[in-house]
Design a protein around this ligand. Structure first.
Ligand code: ZN
Length: 129
């Protein structure tokens, strides 16, 4: 059972730390591991724009760097209307760790859209030897 309220609140809280000095588009993400641990991330922009990293990948990379690789759910929070979806790069990064991850996108208006990673990235890249 996924506590979606807790997960979207974690993402909202993480968005407050967003370093979005160029776009002013603050995003927070929270990823839930199968063990029940939550890792959060925010977008981190850079004056060299290409170095900017999305909140979703920050959350995933924090979890993986702490030894967690199996994920149940991800939430993304922003002010966007409708709620912003993860970008293609983040979907690809997520798909490395499974295709059954549930994704909930929410905003400050309380709007929520729910997807499965497989729906948002049906034919992602896989490296097969
Ligand atoms: Zn992204």
């Amino acid at each position: 059972m996924i506590d979606w309220d807790e997960l979207i609140e974690s993402a909202e809280s993480a968005a407050r730390n967003a370093y979005a000095v160029y776009s002013d588009f603050k995003v927070g993400a929270a990823i839930l591991t199968v063990e029940g641990k939550i890792f959060t991330g925010c977008n981190i922009e850079n004056s060299s724009y290409g170095l900017t990293v999305c909140a979703e990948r920050v959350a995933v990379f924090k979890a993986v760097s702490e030894g967690f690789r199996d994920f149940k759910a991800l939430t993304v929070y922003s002010e966007a209307i409708p709620p912003a979806r993860p970008c293609g790069a983040c979907l690809q990064a997520l798909s490395e760790f499974g295709s059954d991850i549930e994704i909930l996108c929410g905003n400050s208006k309380g709007e929520k859209d729910r997807f499965n990673l497989r729906k948002l990235l049906p034919e992602g890249f896989t490296f097969k030897k």
